[in-house]
Design a protein around this ligand. Structure first.
Ligand code: ARG
Ligand code: ZN
Ligand code: CA
Length: 244
């Protein structure tokens, strides 16, 4: 259900090469993607199969770029060990994590697109890390399979307490009622309908942002996911200081 509020976003750009120092336009495009994807304003929402249309969910609040911090670093490739979140380790310290979403954009190498911290973790490392080549949706240097800014959509889903849609094990549980079970993760662009091989035999929601499909093939959250994300910010949830 719609609530009002705005999540201020701090973007830390950590670059070793000029290519990694992504442009302001690239950063703006990512914030635009977030506002669209979390609010049913993405153009490809029309691709949702009719059986899933009644489950489409909108989070009801917006994202706003609050600050961009650029920093050159001698680190050529970062490991997913949170070093980029500390100035003392060649990265950049978190800014006001009780009230702001921190995004670190850096070189995570070729294998990992991004990673997130779930609610309730250490404030010093709270936020999301995204590889520079899949941040935003303009610029032409992006990896084609990941050029619609949906790595950040997916990771911010985790930051708002969403699990992977397959529940991180075979026919697992993502703790959301209106997402169908999935046998496991999906890559690429599966054709519809794809039935799971679980006892439930449901059609998988491979177009959900919390699967591992290509950016062009993920384009919805459900109402149940939106409720779970909202719960993080309200009624004493772990991020309830955000909108106060
Ligand atoms: N943490 C996941 C990975 O690095 C993110 C997947 C995002 N998927 C996407 N199509 N952008 O693989
Ligand atoms: Zn994930
Ligand atoms: Ca489910």
């Amino acid at each position: 259900e719609a609530v009002s509020g705005t999540v201020p976003v701090v973007v830390h750009v950590l670059y070793n090469t000029p290519q990694q120092n992504i442009s302001d336009a690239q950063i703006k495009s990512q914030v635009d993607v977030l506002n669209e994807d979390f609010n049913l304003q993405n153009k490809d929402i029309s691709g949702v199969p009719s059986v899933f249309v009644p489950r489409e969910g909108t989070i009801g609040f917006r994202f706003q770029l609050a600050q961009t911090i650029r920093k050159q670093t001698s680190v050529t490739t970062w490991l997913p060990n949170d070093d980029m979140k500390y100035s003392s380790k060649g990265g950049d310290d978190v800014v006001d994590p009780d009230h702001k979403l921190n995004l670190w954009v850096c070189n995570l190498g070729d294998g990992l697109l991004g990673y997130a911290q779930f609610p309730g973790g250490k404030p010093a490392t709270d936020g999301v890390v995204i590889g520079y080549f899949c941040f935003g949706r303009t610029g032409g240097k992006l990896e084609p399979r990941f050029d619609k800014g949906r790595t950040a959509t997916h990771e911010i889903g985790h930051w708002m307490n969403l699990r992977h849609i397959w529940g991180d094990k075979t026919c697992g549980n993502d703790l959301v009622d209106d997402t169908p079970q999935a046998t496991t993760y999906n890559f690429g662009c599966p054709s519809f309908p794809k039935y799971n091989s679980c006892n439930s035999g449901e059609i998988e929601m491979t177009m959900n942002y919390m699967d591992y499909t290509d950016d062009a093939c993920m384009y919805m959250f459900t109402k149940g996911q939106s409720n779970r994300m909202n719960a993080v910010f309200f009624n004493g949830g772990p991020r309830s200081a955000f909108f106060q």
